[in-house]
Design a protein around this ligand. Structure first.
Ligand SMILES: Nc1nc2c(ncn2[C@@H]2O[C@H](COP(=O)(O)OP(=O)(O)OP(=O)(O)O)[C@@H](O)[C@H]2O)c(=O)[nH]1
Ligand SMILES: [Mg+2]
Length: 437
């Protein structure tokens, strides 16, 4: 994991730079946060744990907005300095994304390297990316984040063979850095496009065009992968760690004689770095193209936290333009709730379906609901398929199970019931210009 990180993460490869949360034997982090009353640092702690960093202390200042120059107030900083020494920490981890100025000032005041929440999340992503596409996406996000902040681009570019001496006349070092970083970003984008155009992706896209698709979305650690495994018999990795799944996995899945595709997606989190949402745009496309979204939540989380996680998911979906599809709320981890807890969560989310991906409870009802959801939107469609498009007929059989066919001189005339979204994909074969959706 360390090697992947240092390959991707610019911050991680220079020993002189202690900013990275990874790649060094046992980092000891001291957490700081400017929080509203009632919030705590458990999520940052969880993120650090996932990044393999030990937490040795924390300082929280309750304030409405972080200080624009130093993040925390000056009195708090003094207090922090002493506590920091005491704790033996070798890095300070901040719960928010820091402006370059805040970061610089904090490092100066504390005489300790500072990482912010975004850097930690990018780092975890770098460690969890397995596919060529995932790795490129993370590197792109890291580079863009650092470009915006102009943080030590030096080492990175040197490693890429750009190095000293490439500076043009009259160009300041910063301008050179910026220009080289932009070139690298352009090159990465191009490579990403090529990777995405690969055959495998195209095959997946073809499959998606035909079968109705259901995407599992939700906060990291909600149980999406567990649910996918349970429903389809797949073996997607499951761990009690944040952001375990980065590469979307799609499996087919049968319900009442029809085939569906079920896609697992990357988990969301509060304050998900914007760069990551952008970089993972293509991966998250799965979400936008799905016919139905299952929003999976950890129903065993405390009420306030659950609401916040749901809001975070809503806002990412909105940013992705995936907020218009039909959505179902899946209240997972029912097994971790007692009777009162179940009653309570069901009362607060009457439309949610209580299930347990672990024990299988409620999954039959879930299947029925999915079927109903598609049933409701079934359309009777009449199509004329030319004989040269025999493959299309086979697809229809797979999707619809039942269909009525009649051979005519022009081709096969088919009457079939299809989900509205699928019908739209067959529109060009519709008879009499009758709209298929
Ligand atoms: N008690 C209980 N635990 C569950 C259930 N479903 C999942 N878990 C646990 O929750 C943790 C996270 O599960 P995953 O399936 O990896 O969650 P995910 O939503 O795919 O997480 P990311 O890939 O990080 O977005 C694991 O420890 C699972 O064993 C459930 O129904 N009940
Ligand atoms: Mg997962």
């Amino acid at each position: 994991m360390t090697t992947t990180r240092s390959r991707n993460g610019r911050l991680n490869e220079t020993p002189a730079n202690e900013r990275s949360t990874a790649g060094r034997a046992r980092q000891r982090a001291y957490m700081i946060a400017a929080l509203e009353e009632g919030d705590d640092l458990s999520e940052l702690q969880e993120l650090l744990r996932t990044a393999g960093v030990a937490v040795v202390g924390q300082t929280v200042q309750h304030m409405e907005k972080p200080h624009p120059n130093t993040y925390l107030g000056s009195g708090k900083l003094e207090e922090l300095k002493a506590a920091l020494k005491e704790s033996g920490a070798n890095v300070v981890a901040c719960d928010d994304e820091l402006s370059p100025r805040q970061e610089r000032n904090l490092e100066r005041a504390l005489d300790t390297p500072v990482v912010d929440r975004t850097t930690v999340i990018l780092d975890i992503f770098a460690g969890h990316a397995h596919s060529a596409e995932g790795k490129l996406q993370v590197e792109l996000a890291q580079l863009e984040y650092n470009l915006a902040r102009m943080r030590g681009l030096w080492t990175h570019l040197e490693r890429l063979g750009a190095g000293v001496g490439t500076r043009g006349p009259g160009e300041s070092q910063i301008e050179t850095d910026r220009r080289l970083a932009r070139d690298r970003i352009t090159a990465l984008r191009r490579r990403l496009e090529r990777v995405r155009g690969s055959r495998e992706t195209m095959r997946a896209e073809r499959a998606r065009a035909q079968l109705p698709t259901v995407a599992l979305v939700g906060y990291t650690n909600a149980g999406k992968s567990t649910l996918l495994n349970r429903l389809t018999g797949a073996e997607v990795g499951v761990r009690d760690r944040l952001f375990h799944t980065l590469d979307p996995t799609t499996r087919s899945y049968k319900l009442g004689g029809r085939d569906y595709l079920l896609t697992d997606t990357v988990g969301f989190i509060r304050k998900l770095p914007h760069q990551l949402v952008q970089a993972f745009g293509a991966t998250l496309e799965e979400t936008r193209l799905a016919d139905l979204l299952l929003h999976v939540v950890d129903a065993s989380a405390p009420e306030e936290e659950l609401n916040e996680m749901m809001r975070a998911v809503d806002s990412v979906l909105e940013e992705l333009g995936a907020d218009e599809q039909p959505r179902m709320l899946i209240l997972n981890k029912a097994d971790a709730l007692d009777d009162d807890g179940r009653h309570d969560v069901q009362l607060r989310h009457p439309r949610g379906l209580l299930v347990s991906a672990r024990t299988g409870e409620g999954l039959e009802a879930l299947g029925e609901r999915i079927e109903e959801e598609f049933e409701r939107r079934l359309r009777d469609v009449e199509l004329l398929l030319p004989y040269s498009e025999g493959g299309r007929l086979a697809e229809l059989h797979e999707i619809a199970g039942d269909l009525v066919r009649e051979d005519t001189p022009e081709g096969v005339r088919v009457t079939v019931r299809l989900p509205a979204t699928v019908a739209a994909r067959f529109e060009r074969y519709a008879v009499n210009g009758q709209p298929a959706s």
